[in-house]
Design a protein around this ligand. Structure first.
Ligand code: GDP
Length: 339
């Protein structure tokens, strides 16, 4: 059975029918699997707590079979008591009536006891569908759910809809939106990022969950997909590099890997212990910078052309912002610990 959610981490539960794409979604988003390789995933029946070094707590459940709401031994509270969002995956390329029936049943069963769980419907595998068709499907699904719920007297349940695919960034974008609703002090984080953008004349700043590359906050300027994609790819590059060269390496490892003078102990180096990096991409002309915030989070910003000359000032401002961001999370943690 799933254990309690880790303190202070938003908890997400992923449900839906067999073959709707749940394992693929969790593999692509949380385990960096290339989308094409999901074709060979075994669809396994599971209630699984995905243990991972992420800012959120994430579990994948298969439906049907496992959740029998009528079974008295089934401890609903252990499962739904602490979750922030229930993500329901519907395969848009398949017959979806059965999936909607099950979703409606689940909502009706959960509503009386857990009215505050956000229900997030991922209308999934929409790659290859025309824009018109996507919207038709979304409208149809929304209507069917709304009709059924209001027949049972449930109005205004918190249900949101997202069109997703693992073959592009829509799945990350959807997760970002889901997660942002669960972040305490989101306005404070957004204000910090907004101030940073203004003082450094950044085009855009994101606070990313490094493992999943889901952004949990950004400044209010519109998200532009190509720059978001570059920022998230950049995280991969830096993570790969810092796994090899970054902090947290044992002295033995360093000695074995490198010669003088690089194999001096970490303590002897006068360096920032957090990963920090900036790069100028030729196709974008604008520099991108990355700065680690804590174990799970990194700040990534798209700068403007020519920003490199002002790098010392930028670094100073970034340091202050990173401190502010980290403090917000410390406050949240202390509050949770006190109960
Ligand atoms: P699960 O049983 O819900 O865990 O479903 P799987 O993750 O095993 O996925 C079933 C099939 O759907 C696999 O062959 C995946 O490659 C495929 N799939 C998953 N996501 C997508 C998507 O976004 N688009 C397309 N076209 N296929 C997908």
């Amino acid at each position: 059975a799933p254990g309690p959610a880790a303190k202070g981490k938003p908890r997400l539960l992923l449900m839906g029918q067999r073959r709707s794409g749940k394992s693929s979604i969790s593999s692509v988003v949380f385990h960096k699997m290339p989308p094409n390789e999901t074709l060979f995933l075994e669809s396994t029946a599971r209630i699984q707590k995905d243990s991972m070094h992420s800012f959120m707590d994430f579990q994948v459940w298969d439906f049907p079979g496992q959740v029998d709401f009528m079974d008295p031994s089934f401890d609903l509270d252990a499962i739904f008591g602490e979750i922030g969002a229930l993500i329901w995956v519907i395969d848009a390329q398949d017959e979806y009536l059965e999936a909607i029936n099950r979703l409606n049943n689940t909502i009706l069963n959960l509503q009386p006891t857990y009215p505050n769980i956000n229900i997030e419907v991922f209308i999934h595998k929409v790659d290859g569908l025309s824009d018109d068709y996507k919207l038709d499907i979304q409208r149809d699904i929304m209507q069917r759910i709304q009709d059924e719920l209001s027949d049972h007297g449930v109005e205004n349940a918190p249900i949101n809809f997202h069109l997703t695919s693992i073959y592009n960034h829509s799945i990350f974008e959807a997760f970002s939106k889901v997660i942002q609703k669960l972040i305490p002090h989101l306005p404070t984080l957004e204000a910090l990022l907004n101030d940073l953008c203004r003082s450094c004349r950044f085009e855009k700043a994101y606070l990313f969950d490094v493992l999943s590359k889901i952004y949990i906050a950004t400044d209010p300027s519109p998200v532009d997909m190509p720059s978001y994609e570059i920022c998230s790819d950049y995280i991969d590059v830096i993570v790969d590099v810092s796994e090899i060269y970054g902090w947290g390496r044992s002295p033995e490892y360093i000695t074995s890997l490198e010669g003088e003078p690089w194999n001096t102990k970490i303590e002897d180096q006068v360096a920032c212990k957090d990963a920090e990096s900036a790069i100028v991409l030729t196709d974008m002309k604008r520099p991108i910078m990355l700065r680690e915030v804590n174990k799970y989070l990194a700040l990534v910003a798209v700068m403007r052309e020519g920003s490199f000359e002002r790098m010392p000032l930028v670094t100073l401002n970034v340091d202050t912002t990173v401190q502010g961001l980290a403090e917000v999370f410390e406050i949240t943690k202390q509050k949770e610990a006190r109960g």
